[in-house]
Design a protein around this ligand. Structure first.
Ligand SMILES: [Zn+2]
Length: 298
């Protein structure tokens, strides 16, 4: 039996040529899975329930990065924990940083305070907000970029990748309209998130995130920042504060106390609580929209 199975696998040249792809976070994994379709399945590095900014690769995962034909990631701005593993790859190994890919529409951190604090922290990157997957326009652009790169590495299946990307793009266009519909009633209502992950999402759907407890890299906030945010919540008539799936809600509860603002369900901007796979991008966006609408719309 074993010989028959081995023969069946090695006798399928189209499959043997499909690149081994490793991805950083669930939404990127979902987009790559859409483009690969039935041809193959990408590897996802970020573990279930983990924080996208603060994660440590297991040795086996570092090995997967080293052996991958292609690594698709947002970029060093989001996941500095991937830098070392990428540097260990052989020269010329294919890597696709989506934040710098053609067609990506970048945003600064909307909160000037966040960008400033980032610079002060001595990070060796600019103030571009890396949470760019939360704009479905970027996700659609990336489908094409991913299909182009996979087609370059695997020319035999290039047309399949292109067709899969086109179909997924249409699904995202429909998803975008659905999410806009869910969020329409809560447009412009002042809300607060745990970390500064929602610049793109808020801008795209007309939401009013007036601030966040933690900065864009989800680092623990200082007392001055909390005091300033507390003032903003009281002065700005904030209706909801949202904890995050990967973080203790204690600070959110403390911040809301006595302000009249409600505490919403936990947001999961990176989707690490979701089942990974091609459907995870839609689940991510609708989940966020529903959680926001449930609190701010009621
Ligand atoms: Zn983040």
């Amino acid at each position: 039996m074993r010989y028959i199975i081995t023969f069946a696998l090695t006798a399928t040249p189209a499959l043997a040529d499909v690149p081994r792809v490793v991805t950083d976070i669930p939404p990127v994994h979902a987009l790559v899975a859409e483009v690969m379709g039935d041809l193959g399945e990408p590897v996802l590095l970020l573990a279930k329930g983990a924080d996208e900014h603060d994660f440590q690769l297991k040795p086996s995962q570092a090995g997967a990065v080293a052996d991958a034909d292609l690594v698709v990631w947002i970029g060093p701005e989001l996941t500095p924990w991937l830098d070392n593993a990428l540097e260990a790859r052989s020269e010329g190994a294919a890597t696709l940083a989506l934040l710098r890919a053609e067609g990506t529409v970048l945003q600064d951190y909307a909160d000037a305070h966040d960008a400033e604090a980032h610079d002060e922290a001595g990070h060796d990157h600019g103030p571009d907000d890396p949470h760019a997957w939360l704009d479905p326009g970027n996700a659609r652009a990336w489908l094409g970029v991913i299909a182009g790169e996979l087609g370059r590495l695997d020319q035999e299946n290039a047309a399949v990748y292109q067709a899969n990307a086109a179909a997924a793009g249409e699904r995202i266009a429909a998803l975008d309209r659905e999410v806009a519909e869910i969020l329409r009633p809560v447009q412009g209502k002042p809300i607060v998130s745990f970390h500064a992950a929602f610049g793109y999402f808020g801008h795209h759907y007309g939401l009013d995130f007036v601030g966040s407890i933690a900065l864009g890299d989800a680092a623990v906030p200082g007392a001055a920042r909390l005091a300033e945010l507390r003032d903003r919540i009281e002065a700005g008539g904030v209706v909801c504060l949202f904890p995050e799936a990967q973080h203790d809600p204690a600070l959110i509860e403390q911040m809301a106390e006595g302000t009249g603002a409600k505490i919403g369900g936990a947001l999961d901007p990176v989707g690490s609580s979701l089942e990974p796979g091609p459907g995870a991008y839609a689940a991510l966006l609708t989940g966020l929209a529903q959680t926001i609408a449930d609190c701010a719309g009621g």
